[in-house]
Write a protein that binds this ligand. Sequence first.
Ligand code: ADP
Ligand code: MG
Length: 298
Amino acid sequence: MDAQDSNELKPDLMSFSKTMQTLSNPLNSSVAAQSESFLEIRDISKVYPTPGGDFVALDGVNLTVKEGEFICLIGHSGCGKSTLLNMVAGFHQPTSGMITLHQKPITEPGPDRMVVFQNYSLLPWKTVFENVYLAVDAVYKDKSKGEKKAIAQEHIELVGLTEAADKRPGEISGGMKQRVSIARALSIRPEMLILDEPFGALDPITREELQEELLSIWREHRVTVLMITHDIDEALFLADRLVMMTNGPAAKVGEILEIPFSRPRMRSRLMEDPRYYELRNEALDFLYRRFAHDEIEE
Ligand code: ADP
Ligand code: MG
């Protein structure tokens, strides 16, 4: 478990430090126009060169996301969800097609799009406070040390970790580590929060708690969320729309479910709504009948 954790830490830390290197860009103004085309994914493909020839992971992916929307992305393992999110984050470029934010092509990571990974990607030798402060310090060049400390503390408080601020990642639970990642991402006021199966490694109770926290943060911060999940119930609880991807190779958006439940949402109320089961069945039908996948997960 530990060995696997440290293996998985590396690519995310690399992605994170890549973000940090580009964080010196001026912050995008958050008075973004209420344009319909906040994020546009237009006809993109992604081809990976492999020793056995080109592998077409995605082909003809289209999606328009409105400002402030909460989008969940679901699809079988290996269909290309992370590939798509990494291009929105700016870590990779599409092979063809274009992704734009406010009509500007995404060419690199930036502080307007912060990513939260499943395996936390915290610096293990830094405390909770220092992990958050690092991001704040990299972005807010003009603020004083005191102001930056206050911003870091405020976001640590937002996720309920004030008491643990001086602990290191090895001394806190998985749920707490994921709270730190979320605090760090939010501390620099991104326009988009991009989450790649953020709660996948957590126990069900912690997962539900964090889902609720994420919803209230999303409401208060008016951030646009793009989140990959494996869990249909999680998506139905959180999302405005559930984007379901077809299987790869050459995966694309297969179907989009509008989630009509009013907000704020209460889990127990949703469970009583007959539409909940209709949507759930539709998603299950898509994933396990129309795009059933019998390969063993890697
Ligand atoms: P998901 O996140 O949906 O599980 P990924 O986006 O990680 O899927 O991967 C999509 C497909 O692309 C998989 O078949 C994977 O093996 C392949 N793939 C991902 N990254 C690379 C890479 N760097 N080189 C070659 N193939 C890759
Ligand atoms: Mg993935």
